[in-house]
Design a protein around this ligand. Structure first.
Ligand code: TYD
Ligand code: MG
Length: 452
């Protein structure tokens, strides 16, 4: 008997190879290749025969720029770029249990209240389970169409018949097409089913949301395999121990990818967090050494966060350093700058840095806060608790300009801070501010900032 043909796919990025490889040449991950049967090309696209195509003039193409469905969940609308674009395919990725189904069901609830026709298809939960979740989320002032199904051919048929405005597929890893020999969740199934959904969305003008789990083990393909196929990619992330969740757009054909939405998971579903700064600063110590507040800009939104440092004498030959919520190498670099430029003996010091609240921040404007927190803990002297700092630090100890400085200052004053330490260059460009600005040029200028 002839051996059936197989190919190997990277389950992280979808890289295709004819043989198994230890490391994926595409995404450089190890041990991600899985074996899958080759799909007959004819089954992939239902070839309609070849016909001559009629190209359209660019100037003749009309856009329905305003044709968006506003969900009513402000944080979600902003991340989508102002609502759901009709006929778009949106991927919502995230770790299992982070709240993807909850978010989408809440979206459906609000849209159903506005008489939109919605079809919610779950391959993971029974109708009873969906109903139980819905009951938990509160009253539905409208109705949804539910389907518990994993066969995509039947689903396609149903969608064509019902013609809803919005469809939710929860999750893509449970969906399968009969003609593809691979198991649900395999790279080929996930790709083919998404391809079919793409045709449906574009052809019928239906907005489709696909849920994709981020998985670390097993043979289930991750959502990254689909990123290039869909219009918008949203990731729902958060610390499993913290209650807040961040919705981030990593790709958006209809809007900016700079936006984030902040939610909090409560017992009755997700609540929008309209003031993330207040949320992040909950429980901040007052007047303690090693605690510094900074303004970070996520997208177009300034968020105040607290940076903490604990510096103490090391008991080992090699000092221990950790950085939670920020870049470890950056912390090492900043400590080297402190050592060289201010002559502080950091080599004998352990240092633990933490961005409180569980946020992950990688922007360089955090530098000044990290350095001040380290210094503050090292000297055991606190910074005035009404002070906020931001600025990038260069290798010679110079403090460099950061973007959106005015917005950061504004957020600080909105949150009741009255002193802002910022790069000199930025200070000169801010015309009027109702809080005191202290422009600094070099890290030598910051050692006098401590109060006690
Ligand atoms: P879920 O939306 O099922 O996650 P996903 O679809 O991303 O896998 O979220 C499940 C988690 O959220 C679960 O651990 C329970 C929690 N949860 C709440 O805390 N409050 C709620 O009101 C709901 C519906 C879920
Ligand atoms: Mg789910």
């Amino acid at each position: 008997m002839a051996k059936s043909k197989t190919v190997f796919f990277c389950k992280e990025c979808g890289f295709e190879a004819s043989k198994w490889m230890g490391q994926c040449p595409g995404c450089k991950q190890w041990d991600t290749f899985v074996e899958e049967p080759v799909i007959k090309k004819s089954s992939i696209h239902n070839a309609n025969g070849i016909k001559t195509l009629e190209p359209e003039l660019l100037s003749k193409v009309t856009t329905d720029e305003d044709h968006r469905i506003v969900t009513g969940i402000g944080e979600l609308d902003r991340v989508l770029g102002g609502g759901i674009v009709v006929g778009s395919l949106v991927l919502v990725g995230g770790d299992p249990g982070i709240g993807k189904s909850t978010l989408l069901l809440q979206m459906c609830r609000d849209l159903a209240a506005k008489q939109n026709k919605i079809l919610y298809i779950s391959g993971e939960e029974s109708l009873k389970q969906i109903k139980m979740r819905a009951d938990r989320l509160g009253t539905f002032h409208g109705d949804l169409l539910l389907l518990s199904e994993t066969n995509l051919d039947s689903i396609e048929d149903t969608i064509r018949k019902i013609n809803p405005e919005i469809v939710i597929i929860d999750s893509i890893q449970t969906m399968y097409k009969e003609e593809i020999g691979a198991a649900p969740g395999s790279v080929s199934q996930v790709r083919e089913t998404t391809g079919t959904l793409m045709h449906l969305a574009k052809g019928l003008g239906i907005s489709i949301f696909i849920v994709g789990h981020v998985t670390k083990e097993g043979v289930v393909a991750g959502p990254r395999v689909l990123e290039h196929m869909v219009d918008t990619v949203l990731y729902f992330e958060g610390d499993s121990k913290a209650s807040y969740r961040i919705l981030r757009a990593v790709k958006n054909r209809f809007g900016s990818t700079n936006e984030i939405g902040v939610f909090e998971m409560r017992d009755k579903g997700l609540i929008e967090v309209n003031n993330p700064s207040e949320f992040m600063l909950q429980g901040k110590p007052e007047g303690e050494p090693g605690s510094v507040v900074t303004a970070s800009v996520e997208g177009t939104r300034p968020i105040l966060v607290e940076v903490q440092a604990l510096v103490c004498q090391t008991n080992f030959n090699m000092p221990r350093r950790t950085a939670a919520g920020t870049d470890y190498n950056r912390v090492n670099l900043l400590m080297a700058v402190l050592e060289k430029r201010l002559g502080i003996n950091m080599a004998s010091m352990d240092a633990y840095i933490n961005v409180a609240g569980g946020m992950k921040i990688s922007e360089p404007s955090l530098d000044l806060a990290i350095v001040l927190a380290i210094l503050s803990s090292y000297k055991n002297r606190a910074l005035d608790s009404n002070t906020i700092v931001f600025g990038e630090i260069g290798l010679t100890g110079e403090i460099r300009a950061v973007n959106n400085a005015e917005q950061r200052v504004l957020e600080a004053s909105k949150m009741g801070y009255n002193v802002c330490v910022l790069p000199k260059v930025n200070e000169e460009n801010i015309k009027n501010s109702n809080i005191k600005l202290i422009g600094v040029k070099n890290i030598r200028d910051i050692i006098n900032l401590f109060i006690n």
